[in-house]
Design a protein around this ligand. Sequence first.
Ligand code: AMP
Length: 208
Amino acid sequence: MKIVLLGPPGSGKGTQAELICSKYNLPHISTGDIFRSNIANKTQLGLKVKQYIDSGSLVPDELTISIVKDRLSQDDCKNGFVLDGFPRVLNQAKQLDSFVKIDKAIMIDLSDDEIINRLSKRRMCKKCSNPTHLDWLVDGKCEKCGGEVYIRNDDSPETIKARLEKQKLPQDVIDFYVEKGLFVKINSLSTKQETFIEVDKILKSLVK
Ligand code: AMP
């Protein structure tokens, strides 16, 4: 099961990716997570990408594509994976297609108003690094593992606005997967469980 999750920031891709990965025992490959951990560890890559991420811009393809290629070549990805946040532009989609065949590209869609509302309440867990939400916290801590939470640097109101402007999923990426017969769009519903029921219908049709 080789899945790509597309959609605007805040649509719940990361949350759905976690749910898929825990149900189907797949590795969750999030380019955003890879970049954030490199920034936190002050690696060379982290130093290079920080300015782009902090300003809500996309990281250049030459940095992003090689990271994904390396990660997907690791053993744990042989039987499948969920790619979250990649591809975001047509060149990335084409490059990905040159080194791995995807089974489904699932777009999780959400209106701009709802994105702003959700991102302003998003929290990240320091311990399990999962996205969570202000309203889901238990005693101010991550509802899954009890870890401390923080607000992502790029979830400030100005950067959210920049990300929405600069990172709209281009139609040519959608067309690329539509032409291959791999594209499915679902709406992000009010709870993660409701959305997952829709996502899982698509996945079940793949494992039959
Ligand atoms: P995310 O966690 O997916 O919202 O990604 C956080 C940030 O990482 C984005 O706002 C971009 O700056 C950068 N990023 C993540 N994935 C990509 C990608 N596929 N191409 C370029 N930049 C990316």
